[in-house]
Design a protein around this ligand. Structure first.
Ligand SMILES: C[S@@+](CC[C@H](N)C(=O)[O-])C[C@H]1O[C@@H](n2cnc3c(N)ncnc32)[C@H](O)[C@@H]1O
Length: 347
C-alpha cells in the first residue's frame, strides 16, 4: 500500500504519540516548514482512518486526539526503512577507517589550503626543531621537514599506535623526521627545547586542553610559536526548515560526539591562561553544498541515527533531516579557527 505525501506527513507527525487535529498540522510545520492546507489535512485524515492507519483515542471531550494504529505504525516503519535504504545509498553507511578519513580530508582543496597557511604562520627556519602534536597518519610531517631542511628536526607525536605506524611508514625516507608514541599531556621533551609546534584538529579530542597547552608552553623556547587549527562545532549550521532539528543535531555533536566541541573559540583564552601571547586568530569557514562532501566530513546519517538514539532528535525529526538532505539543495557550514600563540620573549 502506498500513501500520498499528505498522508505520510500525518503519519510522521503522529510517530511520537497522539495529537489533536490542529497539533498534527503544527508538527507537520515543524518537520517541513509549512502547514498542510485545511482540505488536504482533512482529506488525509479521512483516508488514513478509512485505511485504519490512524484512530481517535477513546477519551471524553470535543477534541479527541489521534494516534497511529498498529497498522499505521508498521506502515510508517516500512516507509522509514525505505528512506533509510535511499539514505544508505546516498550517505556513508560505515564509519571510515580513521587513517583513510584523515588522508581523504587532507586531499580536499579546503584542507590543503589551511594546512599551507598554518605552515607559513609557523615561520620555521632551516635547522629548527618542530613538533606536530597529534600528528595522526603523518600528513603534515613531510611539509614540516621541507621547512626545517635536512639539518632540522621534526617530531610527530600521537597516542594512537596505528597512526604512529602509518606516519613512520610515510616518512621513512626523511631522516630528520621521528614519530613517537606519546601523550600530549606529558611531552617527552626538555623545557624550552623546541622552535615551533602545531595542532590540527587535535585539542578538540584531548582530555585536558589546558594541560596540553601548558606542556606545549613548557617545551617551546621564548619567541617560538604554537599554531593551532581547531574547529568550533557549535558553529555547525545545516539548512533545514525546522531550526529545532538542526539545533538538536548540532547539540548532540557537541555534547556527545566531540569532547571539546567549542575549543576553536576557547583557545585564545586557554592559550593566554597557559602563558602565551595570542597575536592572531584566523577563521576558516567551510561551506558544503554537495551531499557527498558534507557527509564525508559530518557523517550525516550515522550521527543523525545516534542523535535519535540519544534522544536529541525524535525519530520523525531524524527522518525529516535525512530526507531533506537527500532531496533538497544542501547547505552545511562549520568554522575552524587557526590560533597562533607565542611564547613571550621576556619570559
Ligand atoms: C583528527 S586527528 C588529526 C591528525 C592530524 N593532525 C591531521 O591533521 O591529519 C587527531 C589526532 O590526535 C590524536 N590525539 C588525540 N588526543 C591525543 C593525546 N592526548 N595525545 C596524543 N595524540 C592525541 C589522535 O590519536 C589523532 O591521531
Amino acid at each position: 500500500m502506498r500513501t500520498n505525501d499528505a498522508q505520510m506527513l500525518v503519519l510522521c507527525a503522529l510517530a511520537d504519540g497522539p495529537l489533536h487535529g490542529y497539533a498534527v498540522n503544527t508538527a507537520i510545520e515543524r518537520l517541513t516548514g509549512s502547514r498542510l492546507g485545511r482540505g488536504s489535512l482533512s482529506g488525509a485524515l479521512v483516508r488514513l482512518r478509512d485505511k485504519e492507519l490512524v484512530e481517535y483515542l477513546d477519551v471524553q471531550g470535543r477534541q479527541r486526539p489521534l494516534q497511529l494504529t498498529t497498522a499505521g505504525r508498521a506502515l510508517l516503519e516500512r516507509e522509514v526503512r525505505s528512506v533509510a535504504d535511499v539514505a544508505g545509498r546516498m550517505f556513508e553507511a560505515t564509519v571510515p577507517d580513521r587513517t583513510a578519513y584523515q588522508d581523504r580530508l587532507a586531499a580536499t582543496d579546503a584542507v590543503r589550503s589551511y594546512k599551507a597557511s598554518m605552515l607559513g604562520m609557523l615561520a620555521l627556519r632551516p635547522g629548527g626543531t618542530v613538533l606536530d602534536l597529534g600528528c595522526g597518519p603523518g600528513i603534515d610531517l613531510g611539509p614540516l621537514a621541507g621547512a626545517v631542511g635536512p639539518y632540522g628536526r621534526v617530531l610527530g607525536i600521537d597516542h594512537d599506535g596505528t597512526a604512529v605506524d602509518r606516519a613512520r611508514a610515510r616518512t621513512a625516507h626523511l631522516p630528520q623526521v621521528e614519530v613517537v608514541l606519546g601523550d600530549l599531556h606529558n611531552l617527552p621533551l626538555a623545557d624550552g627545547s623546541v622552535d615551533g609546534a602545531r595542532t590540527d584538529r587535535v585539542l578538540q579530542h584531548v582530555e585536558d586542553p589546558a594541560r596540553a597547552l601548558a606542556e606545549a608552553r613548557r617545551v617551546l623556547r621564548p619567541g617560538a610559536r604554537l599554531v593551532m587549527a581547531e574547529p568550533d562545532w557549535e558553529s555547525l549550521s545545516i539548512d533545514h526548515p525546522d531550526l529545532a532539528v538542526v539545533r538538536g543535531y548540532t547539540r548532540h555533536l557537541t555534547d556527545r560526539i566531540v569532547r571539546n566541541g567549542a575549543i576553536g573559540r576557547q583557545l585564545p583564552r586557554l592559550a593566554a591562561a597557559a602563558g602565551f601571547a595570542v597575536p592572531t586568530v584566523t577563521p576558516v569557514p567551510t561551506v558544503f553544498r554537495d551531499l557527498t562532501a558534507a557527509d564525508q566530513v559530518l557523517g550525516l546519517q550515522r550521527n543523525t541515527e545516534r542523535a535519535v538514539t540519544a534522544g536529541y532528535l525524535t525519530a520523525a525529526q531524524g527522518r525529516s533531516l535525512l530526507d531533506h538532505l537527500a532531496h533538497q539543495p544542501v547547505f552545511a557550514s562549520v568554522t575552524l579557527h587557526i590560533t597562533t600563540a607565542e611564547v613571550p620573549t621576556a619570559a
